[in-house]
Design a protein around this ligand. Structure first.
Ligand code: GCB
Length: 662
């Protein structure tokens, strides 16, 4: 067995018939060839068996605990606002002095019963922080803080008959343990996806106290791992709500245009432009119910029956105006069961690939994109609101974009919802970034569960066309298998979207960047990041390059760019000047225009964003300066290069134009 540079054994895995995972190496002579074939077969079967078993287990364990979707259209009570906090770097409120979990931790919110009793904490006399919001940007002393903070919110609640209550967190970074009135509700790992716990039996009319231990320590085996190029914002970074639902309620549903079944081996196929297909899942005891799905503006009213598990699959035809960036038509869809009723605003469109083209509603489209971090506009904080989403996507629109790559983790739900309304196509990804521990089973479970939560929340958004599995991960067999397990999960949860990943290129000779990452076999669309003219030579280097790919698939150049301090002007050879960045973009445009299989671009990045990897005084000061818009909201010169390039592309579709030339 060979060992790759990362020290992981290279194994032969079951191959997709059309995309063999491993290149065949010619046998030196017949006997050796046969012998190695038998050995390989033996190892392959063995590993396949164990691999499949492991995947079975991870699949079971990674399903989030009954995540409720479409919070915006449900009855909710907000718990946003001021929460009292205790900063606890030594986790004193969780462990005793023998470092064992304590029975009387801070989650008990204990008060001294008399003047002699010793209690060494008091939420009510402690500071407070705003929720939603990261803690780093709210207090100077928390700017670099990585560790535990305890949050407490006290509230009264009017208990309603025949109603179940859940506490819902939009996201908390990174590990959260949640308690209500001193009782543990559960835990959640992962900083960018929602989770909820039922509190029907625990909540009371008066003096509830909800306590959350949030720990944002980076972990080597985490997703992401210890090394990233963005700020590790900690805390209850997104909204917290109580959700009130009937005893049996509509928990989840999937309503999109029908597409053909996709697997990790078969590319996603766009399907019908008029057949709506999906499913509904009830939660509660009254599982067998009659359900109607109504789309009033399309004259649709269909009735179905859920089975004993509260589940129904359906399919029906409808005359629909298709959703697109030019016409982001959303329909009110009303789902009504015997016990619950819920509406959503849903767009219908198809997405598929054909050779190197991406087809939206059956027609080729060039993705005029930009990458976005969840950095609040003109602020040091993490973005969390509808207003933030409107500003960020508004800027992308102003740049003539029809596409955004939401890097490097699932953004708050206002982003895809606002994108739905504005007609912006979305690439959504999980933080499988750089040097993940591929061999670790619990790391895979963690990635699978973050992926599942992202898809569960956003699978009804027309704007979302791409699920991305990873960013710039080092090629190797353990990594390929890990990512392939993610692809399988994504396709099983959602056969309608395209799968992608941001990968890196290799070189053939000096001047031929080639897209040949073996994981490319498992994606529908290849993302490729490159920094020619910034990390790799100077901008003129772009003139020398001719791109190549080994796959007949669409390519998005998912990152390129360079840094500039907003307002700093010099000549085009001076690093950090707006002129250098502008020149780099001009050179990039010339190079990119010549790539025959290019289906989209998303330069790095819309706005400057905070990163501890960027300390250069007076230039970076902990900001990654590759934004096309500064941290003050000023557009840099390169913004206009992109704006002009995309303006040109609005009327000139390179995919079609190239076809005409051939
Ligand atoms: C990359 C990463 C991105 C970084 C960027 C940079 O390749 O994907 O997360 O922020 O480069 O600025 O170096």
């Amino acid at each position: 067995m060979k060992v790759d540079s990362a020290g992981s054994p290279q194994v032969v895995k079951p191959a997709c018939p059309e995309y063999p995972m491993q290149e065949k190496s010619p046998a030196k002579d017949g006997t050796a060839g046969r012998l190695s074939f038998v050995l390989i077969l033996f190892f392959a079967i063995n590993l396949m068996w164990h691999g499949l078993q492991a995947r079975e287990d991870t699949a079971k364990m990674a399903v989030p605990p009954n995540l409720i979707i479409n919070v915006d259209h449900r009855s909710t009570v907000s718990l946003n606002g001021k929460w009292q906090v205790i900063i606890d770097p030594y986790e004193n409120g969780y462990y005793d002095y023998r470092y064992m979990p304590s029975k009387n931790g801070y989650f008990k919110n204990t008060k001294p019963r008399n003047k002699t009793e010793l209690i060494e904490y008091d939420f009510d006399k402690s500071d407070s922080l705003n929720v939603p919001g990261d803690w780093n940007s709210q207090q100077d002393r928390l700017f670099f803080y990585e560790g535990t903070i305890w949050y407490k919110k006290s509230f009264d609640y009017q208990i309603k008959p025949n109603t179940r209550v859940f506490v819902y967190f939009g996201a908390a970074n990174y590990h959260s343990i949640v308690y209500l009135n001193g009782q543990k509700l559960g835990e959640h790992v992962g900083g960018f996806t929602p989770f909820n716990f039922e509190i029907t039996r625990l909540v009371r009319e008066k003096d509830n106290f909800l306590i959350v231990k949030v720990d944002n320590k980076r972990l080597r085996e985490g997703i992401p791992t210890v090394n990233t190029d963005w700020w590790n914002y900690g805390g209850l970074t997104r909204r917290v709500e109580l959700i009130e639902v009937p005893e049996t309620f509509i928990r989840e549903y999937f309503i999109q245009l029908k597409s053909r079944q996709a697997t990790a081996c078969l590319p996603s196929q766009g399907g019908s432009l008029k057949t709506v297909a999906g499913w509904i899942q009830l939660d509660g005891k009254q599982t067998s119910q009659t359900i109607t799905v109504e789309i009033p503006k399309a004259d649709v009213k269909q009735t179905f029956k859920t089975n004993a598990d509260g589940y129904v699959e359906f399919e029906f035809d409808a005359e629909l105006q298709l959703w697109s960036p030019e016409n982001p038509r959303l329909y009110d869809v009303i789902i009504e069961s015997q016990t619950d009723s819920l509406s959503d605003s849903i767009g219908f469109r198809s997405i598929e690939t054909e050779g190197s083209k991406i087809l939206l509603n059956g027609k080729p489209i060039f993705l005029r994109g930009v990458c976005i971090h969840e950095q609040a506009p003109k602020s040091k904080a993490r973005a969390y609101s509808k207003e933030h989403a409107e500003t960020l996507l508004g800027w992308a629109k102003e740049m003539n974009c029809n596409f955004v790559r939401l890097a490097h983790y699932p953004h708050n739900e206002y982003m895809p919802r606002t994108a739905d309304r504005l007609g912006m196509l979305v690439w959504s990804e999980i933080p499988v970034y750089w040097t993940i521990i591929w061999e670790n089973e619990s790391t895979l479970k963690n990635a699978l569960s973050q992926l599942t939560e992202m898809i569960t929340r956003d699978k009804n958004r027309a704007s979302v066309i791409l699920w991305s599995m990873a960013n710039e991960t080092p090629v190797g067999n353990a990594r390929n298998e890990f990512l392939r397990a993610l692809v399988e999960r994504a396709k099983s949860l959602d056969p309608t979207r395209l799968i992608t990943a941001a990968m890196e290129k290799s070189y053939e000779g000096g001047n031929k960047p080639v897209i040949n990452d073996p994981f490319g076999r498992y994606v529908d669309v290849l993302g490729c990041n490159e920094y020619i003219g910034w990390y790799e030579g100077l901008p003129d280097r772009c003139d020398l390059y001719t791109w190549k790919t080994i796959y007949n698939k669409p390519v998005i150049i998912s990152e390129f760019g360079g840094g500039a301090l907003g307002g700093y002007h010099a000549d085009k050879d001076t690093r950090w000047s707006e002129e250098y960045q502008e020149y780099l973009y001009e050179k990039q445009m010339k190079m990119l225009e010549k790539i025959p299989f290019l289906a989209g671009t998303s330069p790095w990045i819309l706005t400057d964003f905070m990163s501890p990897r960027r300390p250069l005084p007076q230039i970076q000061d902990y900001w990654n300066r590759k934004g096309l818009i500064s941290d003050k909201g000023e557009k840099k010169k390169a913004f206009y290069v992109m704006q002009r390039f995309y303006e040109k592309l609005k009327s000139f579709d390179p995919a079609q134009d190239r076809q005409a030339e051939q």
